[in-house]
Write a protein that binds this ligand. Structure first.
Ligand SMILES: C[S@@+](CC[C@H](N)C(=O)[O-])C[C@H]1O[C@@H](n2cnc3c(N)ncnc32)[C@H](O)[C@@H]1O
Length: 278
């Protein structure tokens, strides 16, 4: 992230690759330690580039891989705190009840209605919110009237859509064939939309270090924020450009990690997932 100057980003919104998720990233990481090292390295970069008082949001979840449950939420929290951030909040993102994709484990009790067979189906993820120190609200006096006006949060949305709760009910992006986001584990636009409106001002800069299909940059552009996006999978270049409507404005910068670390992931994962499905 050498391209980004120290303390020049006002908000991070991201969703790291789901650790070796069977449906999206099978065997992306050699092991769990390799995944944690990626987050650990990133946490120091994020601390450097984020402006004082500002916020970094991670959309993530614990992961069930080959019968083992990995405590991703707890481990990411620990690593980000160790990098110097404060723990500000955790929002639970709840998906519709009918949506269970990762595993349908709850049926075990129906087959064996006895204690110790309980494995609930998962319909939530965490939105972890960290902060670099405390925000200095006197900055607001320096903002020009247009930026202040454009940054105003709609109290109707805040109430009617229940942004004020620690539980957000939001429909996920369905992994349907033909969708731009197929095989990417994209989050719905509503998540970056809320986070960008709640934690950044008009004209400021938002960073997504795991850009995927480009959702964060798209929403940032729509809301008048500049953005940085990083992606390792060269196969996503076309998808991101399409999602941004080829409207790659001069104040959004898309960086593909090249050289040794660049990958071609999407189609190889899809082949693996498809050959495993019943
Ligand atoms: C969960 S997806 C992000 C999805 C995104 N939020 C969206 O809405 O489309 C994680 C992304 O991180 C990418 N990735 C994995 N390792 C990376 C790395 N070291 N640097 C940058 N991107 C990486 C994956 O290729 C994947 O596209």
């Amino acid at each position: 992230m050498r391209e980004i100057h120290d303390e020049s980003v006002q908000l991070v919104v991201t969703s790291p690759p789901y650790y070796n998720a069977p449906f999206d990233y099978p065997n992306l990481f050699k092991d769990y330690d390799e995944f944690l090292r990626l987050i650990d390295d990133l946490s120091r970069d994020l601390y450097r580039v984020l402006a004082p008082g500002r916020v970094a949001c991670f959309v993530t979840d614990d992961m069930l891989v080959k019968g083992e449950k990995y405590p991703v939420v707890a481990d990411i929290t620990r690593l980000i705190l160790d990098a110097g951030f404060r723990y500000r909040d955790r929002i639970v993102w709840v998906k519709p009840k009918g949506y269970v994709r990762i595993s349908r484990r709850s049926g075990v009790v129906i087959q064996h209605p006895y204690p110790m067979y309980y494995y609930p189906d998962n319909i939530q993820e965490s939105i972890l919110i960290f902060q670099k120190g405390r925000f200095d609200y006197s900055h607001l006096q320096e903002l020009d009237p247009k930026s202040l006006r454009e940054s105003k949060i709609s109290i109707d949305d805040y109430h009617n859509q229940e942004w004020y709760l620690t539980v957000w009910n939001i429909t996920n992006v369905l992994p349907l064939g033909g969708r731009l986001e197929k095989g990417i584990a994209a989050f719905p636009e509503e998540i970056p939309k809320r986070l960008i409106k709640l934690f950044s001002y008009f004209g400021e800069t938002v960073l997504d270090p795991f850009l995927g299909s480009g959702t964060t940059m798209k929403v940032a552009q729509e809301l008048g924020r500049s953005s940085w996006g990083y992606e390792i999978d060269l196969e996503l270049k076309k998808i991101i450009k399409k999602k941004l409507n080829f409207n790659h404005s001069s104040d959004s910068r898309l960086i593909f990690i090249d050289g040794r670390d660049a990958r071609k992931l999407r189609s190889s994962f899809q082949r693996k997932v498809e050959t495993k499905s019943p």
